[in-house]
Design a protein around this ligand. Sequence first.
Ligand code: ADP
Ligand code: ADP
Ligand code: ZN
Length: 220
Amino acid sequence: MAMEIILLGPPGAGKGTQAGLIEEAYGMVQLSTGDMLRAAVKAGTPVGLKAKAVMEAGELVSDDIVSGIIGDRLDELGSETGVIFDGYPRTEAQAASLDEILKSRGRKLNHVIELGVDEDALVDRITGRYTCAKCNEGYHDRHKQPAKDSVCDECGSTEFKRRPDDNEETVRTRMAEYRGKTAPILPIYEERGIVTRVDGMGGIEEVASSIRAILGAPPK
Ligand code: ADP
Ligand code: ADP
Ligand code: ZN
């Protein structure tokens, strides 16, 4: 049966970075509600029009919207494809919806991995974050630069972008949303015995190796 995991952690903890590495190593698919919402904003869809200002303020988009897009996206995947939930669920209502969404599709959560990172380090990670404008590969001004200056390692593009919500002021609101609404969902999964806390303060490869230890040997 396919493996389903949730990567939980405050903004900038490294969820997207690690999800990308797990995708490559395990052949799973990353479902990032943040990426999906940004695509909707860019395309000017009805969801995007509703989400834009909320995201720029660092607040949470409505539970119905995000659970709706997660359900739709899952339906595009074969049942044998495992999923990495990145940035979802973020509230108790979303956690309850995810249970329903998975159950009705014959899927089951295997692991919830919580990435722990100090607040000062989060601000440093977020204010230095940028991505490839073409393939979305993530980079950092100090911690992860392309091998060749200003050329994306993955696709060769020379265009990069920064998120409008990646500024110190909005980050504080996003962290407060995490503490107030998202961290409280951990006990739901702790009761099921599927939570592992990973120290996210180490380097990218160090964190990846801790996660591989939880997931077990990747398929050959
Ligand atoms: P980060 O990677 O920094 O944690 P994301 O890219 O996951 O940020 O999310 C960016 C913004 O998109 C959030 O601040 C919020 O406005 C919105 N968003 C993303 N996922 C969700 C979700 N599951 N529920 C509500 N809002 C969300
Ligand atoms: P999230 O998806 O949790 O918001 P990202 O994966 O986008 O976080 O990481 C935030 C920023 O920090 C990115 O610029 C990324 O390159 C960088 N980063 C990710 N993991 C680490 C790490 N372990 N050490 C240093 N920088 C990191
Ligand atoms: Zn690229």
